[in-house]
Design a binder for this molecule. Structure first.
Ligand code: ATP
Ligand code: ZN
Ligand code: MG
Length: 499
């Protein structure tokens, strides 16, 4: 059996009886259709009409094919010729119904699939996967079967990647440092009343002391990295509609981690009256009633840079303004981290400075290098921490099954990790990513010269920086470097006392 096989049965409903032109149709199928369905395929390959029958005003076709001219392509090809022939007899095509469409392909049966969109049933058997598609003619015109096969290819690649441990390669290791602390800094901050768990999951209220530390980090970043490298500040939106994630690629995979945002279907108070009444009587917020009245329109900021791209979406940029360097620190990021929540290290709501640079391929690659060197100085001389840098597979490549591409090491991510003495574990506290042409392509941004446009981004997690600093150096400023105390002051502000 060939590696992939398609079998399609379609019923063509016409506006008049076909009996009278039965012979002419048979001749068409033999003389015109046959070569049409093999066009472009190697000899002996392509699609064939296995069966063709006429009754009243309908024509039933069974098409079988290999990978070269997929059966639905064959049907689309046939349609034009057929409607021309019918038109000569003043007959039109009313509708094309897909009676059945079955695809069978070689498949590693250890990769289990439970459900697929546009698939009625799927069967794993003897190293093959057989799909009975649930498609109409419009779906064939939209190339749904081709996309389905692409999805299967992606799943196959993702599975081959999953077996191996995640790609991680040490690039750089700092010197060992003297640790001044061996406790969990979150617990210590709670004890001292610096932070209080907020009402939401994975969410904290930061008192004056950690807030002073976060602001010091931002100031260090500005003075040591952003200003010298010519960055300017912008304000990126923090609600992200689907349209943005469709372009950034996130729509392919972030669903389990999104904080969803919904709008009311209407703001007519009457529409909401029974919800209000229910609450007033029970003091319970009626989730079921609310669910029926709202619509998910997107999610809260997840990766921070995607909504920025709308600023230049569809535009052409003159080469002489490159490289573009902007950053945002205007709001929170939100991720549903589920069971992974831990202290201020893994949160559902966190604070991050996002740094974005855009340029030619050479500019973007060399700027990432400059950025890394600037960061190193901060960690060495100001935070005075022990850390390492590692090359990892970028999220979008792993998600899109393009992990192989990362081996080139031009597009990809450098994670900065630091050891937490209290647990002995390493924690990623920021990253530097070169995203290739992914964002310019996704948001249709072009360069005047026609050269390829690239971009990179770097996310500096303030809670993660704090988790790392405090875990290694403790909560007493006198144990920190002079350089750091220049930004934080010698004493952190305290305001609250409780009885
Ligand atoms: P992890 O592997 O720890 O989940 P990630 O790979 O999901 O991190 P990125 O998507 O690379 O993280 O996000 C960039 C930066 O944002 C991280 O380096 C970190 O500083 C911060 N960050 C991401 N997720 C969280 C979180 N749940 N809590 C706090 N900071 C976070
Ligand atoms: Zn980004
Ligand atoms: Mg994560």
């Amino acid at each position: 059996m060939p590696d992939i096989q398609f079998r399609l049965v379609a019923v063509v409903r016409c506006s008049g009886a076909l009996e009278a032109i039965r012979d002419e149709l048979a001749a068409f199928m033999r003389d015109r259709a046959e070569p049409l369905l093999k066009r472009g395929a190697p000899p002996g390959c392509g699609a064939i009409i296995e069966h063709c029958s006429v009754s009243d005003d309908t024509l039933e076709l069974e098409i079988r094919s290999d990978r070269f001219v997929r059966a639905h392509d064959a049907l689309l090809r046939l349609k034009n010729g057929l409607s021309r022939l019918l038109a000569r007899h003043r007959i039109g095509i009313r509708a094309i119904e897909i009676k059945s469409y079955e695809v069978s392909l070689e498949w590693d049966t250890s990769i289990k699939l439970k459900r697929l969109p546009f698939v009625r049933t799927l069967k794993h058997e003897d190293g093959r996967l057989t799909l009975v598609l649930d498609v109409d003619y419009a779906a064939l015109e939209r190339r749904i079967p081709d996309r389905l096969l692409k999805l299967l290819e992606d799943k196959r690649e993702a599975a081959s990647w999953k077996g191996k441990s995640e790609h991680w390669e040490l690039l750089f290791e700092s010197e060992h440092r003297q640790w001044k602390f061996d406790k969990d800094p979150t617990e210590e901050m709670v004890k001292r009343g610096w932070i209080v768990h907020a009402a939401g999951r994975g969410q904290w209220i930061y008192g004056p002391q950690p807030t002073r530390i976060f602001r010091a980090f931002e100031q260090i970043l500005i003075e040591e990295v952003l200003r010298p490298l010519g960055y300017v500040e912008m304000i990126f939106p923090k609600f992200v509609p689907w349209a943005v994630w469709k372009r950034s690629g996130h729509a392919k995979g972030i669903y389990p981690e999104v904080y969803y945002v919904c709008t009311p279907k209407t703001r007519d108070p009457e529409y909401w009256e029974d919800v209000m009444d229910y609450y007033k009587i029970t003091n319970e917020v009626p989730l079921d009633m609310i669910m029926e009245r709202i619509e998910p329109v997107g999610g809260m900021c997840y990766a921070q840079c995607p909504p920025f791209w709308v600023f230049i979406q569809g535009r052409t940029i003159p080469d002489d303004i490159l490289p573009i360097k902007v950053f945002d620190r205007s709001g929170t990021s939100h991720r549903y981290e589920s069971g992974g929540l831990h202290g201020i290290e893994r949160l559902d709501e966190f604070h991050r400075v996002e740094i974005v640079w855009i340029g030619t391929k050479e500019q973007v690659i060399s700027h990432a290098e400059e950025l890394r060197m600037r960061y190193r100085r901060i960690f060495d001389e100001i935070l005075d921490i022990e850390w390492r840098e590692a090359w990892v597979t970028p999220w979008f490549m792993a998600q899109e099954g393009r992990a192989g591409l990362a081996e080139l090491k031009e597009v990809g991510t450098v994670d900065f990790e630091a050891i937490l003495p209290y647990s002995g574990k390493w924690l990623e506290f920021q990253n530097v990513s070169i995203n290739g042409d992914k964002y310019p392509k996704g948001f249709s941004v072009k360069l005047q010269s026609g050269k390829e446009l690239w971009s990179g981004c770097s996310g500096v997690g303030l809670e993660r920086w704090a988790a790392v600093l405090l875990a290694q150096k403790g909560l007493e400023p006198h144990n920190w470097s002079d350089a750091l105390r220049r930004y934080t002051g010698d004493r952190l502000p305290g305001v609250f006392r409780f009885l």
